[in-house]
Ligand binder design. Structure first.
Ligand code: BJ8
Length: 417
């Protein structure tokens, strides 16, 4: 670890968090736990991981929700999301890899290069995946710095061949995890791990469903934060804390307490994932008076909308259930990706949104191109859509703010008609 540089990072993060999160009014009391997690995300949580390693367990770092975390937990390992959401590490990456890459890729590679992500430093293995080309090629370079195992993902996951291929890859991943951890994955252990992660996804879904209410009892920023933390916190404790928060939110709904005005425009944000501390678009939208009520994103509904649902108790049944669940993740890297279009349409209806912000990171060709089809879905549903293509730097914040404000005026005009 580069301690001095890491301290700089923590200072920047602390100030930014105070500005974006702690300045919000009327937050649920139970958000205190998640504030605490953020304050200790590079402190106590890392100590927990280190203690677990001392006890003989392994830590597996990942970047994508396609890495089947149930397999890691079935071998007594912990899976954590690695740093990749901040501009801080981008200049270090750009000294080695091309600048015209997606900021997420540059950010994670830079974090490993400059030694300021303690999750990287605590990982025994990194799991990559063949989703987009940029990631795939940078994993080769990452492997020079830390052992990186790449899972091959079928790009037509809905086909029978795709699923059979994916089963072989899930089995190979299981074998790799068994080798790294030295623990055999039995049907019993895998079943327990499936229940563990299903419970986490159910709690997140319960939280998300509370945002159906108008006014929403929780802000879009707070919901986003919880989805981000879900990749770093201990799953048992995290699930319990999300359920406690949901109880408070359910009471808020009964008492008619919301965090935004009842007539605030309800927005969906759809597109690239937002890793911690990527809060830029949510905070701009919220500040402009909108209520972000749902994220069609891997840090959002794509992560928790489906559960692993085994049809039997054998190891083969359990692995097939993992294959089926993960095949349904509608990532723009896949083709065709009609499942995502349907998801955008369904979520827009269910959450009664007034507009969609399409969020794409610069140089992410998959999400950028797919915006054409999502725009058609929005038009067919009579919903205005604003496409924002950005990176992790704050240089374009004022421009985005102006565009979001104009977008909200269009929505207001439409509502008046
Ligand atoms: S399942 S969205 S988490 S790959 S933004 S690095 S796609 S160039 S992150 Fe993702 Fe898994 Fe898909 Fe989800 Fe590439 Fe695009 Fe960058 Fe991306």
């Amino acid at each position: 670890m580069d301690i001095e540089k890491h301290n700089q990072l923590l200072n920047i993060l602390g100030q930014y968090y105070g500005m974006v999160y702690l300045s919000q009014k009327n937050r649920p009391k139970k958000m205190a736990y998640f504030d605490f997690v953020v304050s200790e995300i590079h402190g106590l949580r890392i100590k927990e991981l280190q203690d677990s390693r001392k006890a003989g367990n392994k830590v597996i770092g990942a970047f994508c929700i396609y890495a089947p975390e149930e397999i890691a937990y079935a071998a007594n390992a912990t899976m954590v999301g690695l740093c990749g959401g901040a501009d801080f590490s981008v200049p270090d990456a750009e000294a080695v890899i091309p600048r015209n890459l997606c900021p997420l890729i540059k950010s994670f590679y830079g974090f490993k290069l400059n030694g300021t992500c303690p999750y990287f430093q605590s990982s025994d293995l990194v799991v990559g995946e063949t989703t987009c080309d940029g990631k795939k090629k940078v994993y080769e370079l990452l492997n020079e710095l830390i052992q990186t195992y790449v899972i091959e993902i079928p790009h037509k996951p809905d086909t029978q061949q795709g699923k059979e291929f994916w089963l072989k890859e899930v089995e190979a991943f299981k074998a790799k995890i068994e080798e790294v951890t030295g623990n055999k994955i039995t049907a019993e252990k895998l079943k327990a791990a499936i229940t563990l992660i299903n419970n986490k996804r159910k709690a997140l879904k319960r939280l998300n469903n509370l945002r159906l209410y108008n006014p929403s009892p929780i802000s879009g920023l707070d919901a986003l934060l919880i989805y981000q933390i879900s990749f770093n916190d201990d799953p048992v404790r995290f699930t319990a804390k999300v359920n406690e928060l949901c109880e408070e939110l359910e009471q808020r709904v009964k008492d008619g307490i919301g965090v935004t005005a009842k007539d605030a425009p309800r927005l969906m944000i759809s597109g690239c994932p937002m890793a911690i501390p990527n809060w830029k678009v949510h905070s701009i939208a919220q500040e402009a008076g909108a209520s972000v009520v749902v994220e069609e994103s891997c840090v959002g509904t794509r992560y928790f909308s489906e559960l692993v649902e085994p049809k039997g108790d054998s190891l083969n049944d359990l692995l097939w259930a993992i294959v089926e669940k993960y095949s349904k993740i509608p990532c723009a890297c896949f083709t065709p990706n009609d499942r995502r279009l349907k998801s955008v349409k369904d979520l827009a209806e269910e959450f009664n949104v007034d507009g969609i912000i399409y969020y794409t990171l610069q140089n992410c060709h998959d999400y950028n191109v797919e915006s054409v089809k999502v725009d058609r879905v929005a038009k067919a549903a009579g919903l205005p859509m604003l496409k924002i293509e950005t990176d992790y730097a704050m240089g374009d914040s004022a421009q985005i703010k102006t565009r979001v404000e104009a977008f909200l005026e269009i929505i207001a005009g439409k509502k008046q008609q």
